[in-house]
Write a protein of this length. Sequence first.
Length: 115
Amino acid sequence: MPHFVIDCSSTIFEIQQPKDILESVHKAATKTGLFEESDIKVRLNPFNENYLVGGKQEDFIHVFANIMEGRTTEQKANLSKEIVTVLNKMFSNIPFVAINIRDFEKSTYCNKSMI
């Protein structure tokens, strides 16, 4: 926790290396001060085909952020803006760069160290 899962068109790797994208999102999340750096997880899911954006195969980046409940709306809005800002700087000519944040419940969360 938190998890940042990035769905994207694979052609963005012609502009930036996957490692640079992962590190940039990690740094942006760390910068917000909402999470311990060692807890942040970032993954990339590139799509080679089988996707449409506005009915066409256009380049895209969409981040799905899954975070523990308890952050304010302002904190989540800041997190969204930090991540979209860093991605927009890296990919200024990609028209679709977005994020959505989902809270998950502390009461139903479980990981291996909790068993």
